[in-house]
Design a protein around this ligand. Structure first.
Ligand SMILES: [Mg+2]
Length: 258
């Protein structure tokens, strides 16, 4: 087919799954089918182990050949993993971590901002959970921690207003970093340029493709959202509300190919 995309790239939270949970059987089946026709690139602020738990482990009996077309762009693509078919393991191709000083500065900044605004919910955390997490290439604030229930998370800041206030204060306190709203309760702090543009730019290089070859799916494509940098790059984007929308679009795309 002419003008066919070579790469399907996906945000994860709210695009492939219900934030922070494994993908459904429907999405898993569709992704495996996509691996027969496209390079498939999830790109998200999450850690590598969550890519395995939420996506890779859910795929129904993928072959090594299929997995070789799956590319994991971890921590907004500041880390890249691909499948090594020779020894059947995921290998890290590159990693661009923050320095200890940067992590420390971001951590104290976000905590101060959230405390000042009355959005520091340490009393609501489950045992062993944490609000601010060092994800090596970024620092992530999750208002209710990682382990909070989905329902509580959705209810915390459905219109992003709380997080917009925290971000505004963080920008005053430490303007040398960038702050992005993502997921349901999260803010990702990064060094300038270490957002999805960084990941997508490396994706272009690693997969040796052009911008026009990519179709990107995301739920936060509005200005300020963590998918917006991809839109700004000029990559074709489909905005979805949830994984059902994504599934619907993928069925359409795969239906055209067959
Ligand atoms: Mg998202």
């Amino acid at each position: 087919m002419k003008n066919m995309k070579k790469v399907l790239a996906f945000d994860i939270d709210q695009t492939l799954n219900v934030a922070k949970t494994p993908i459904t059987d429907d999405i898993a089946n569709l992704l495996v089918e996509c691996l027969n026709h496209f390079e498939v690139c999830p790109i998200s602020g999450q850690k590598f182990d969550q890519f395995l738990i939420q996506i890779v482990d859910r795929l129904p009996n993928p072959t090594p050949e299929q997995l070789s077309h799956l590319h994991l762009f971890v921590a907004q693509g500041t880390q890249y993993y691909r499948y090594n078919t020779t020894n059947s393991t995921w290998e890290q191709v590159y990693n661009y971590p923050l320095t200890d000083e940067q992590v420390q500065k971001i951590t104290t900044t976000i905590e101060q901002a959230a405390r000042e605004l009355g959005f520091w919910e340490a009393d609501k955390l489950l045992p062993g959970d944490e609000i601010i997490e060092n994800r090596l290439s970024q620092v992530t604030f999750s208002a209710l921690g990682q382990k909070a229930g989905t329902k509580e998370k959705y209810a915390w800041d459905p219109d992003c207003k709380k997080r917009e206030k925290i971000v505004a204060r963080c920008k005053e306190l430490a303007p040398e970093f960038e702050y992005e709203i993502g997921g349901t309760t999260s803010i990702n702090a990064i060094t300038p340029g270490m957002n999805k543009v960084f990941g997508m730019t490396h994706l272009l290089e690693e997969l040796n493709v052009k911008k026009e070859d990519i179709l990107y799916f995301g739920d936060m494509t509005q200005p300020g959202g963590n998918d917006y940098p991809v839109v700004e790059m000029g990559i074709d984007t489909i905005t979805v509300r949830n994984h059902e929308d994504t599934g619907y679009a993928l069925k359409g795309i795969l239906g055209v190919i067959k």
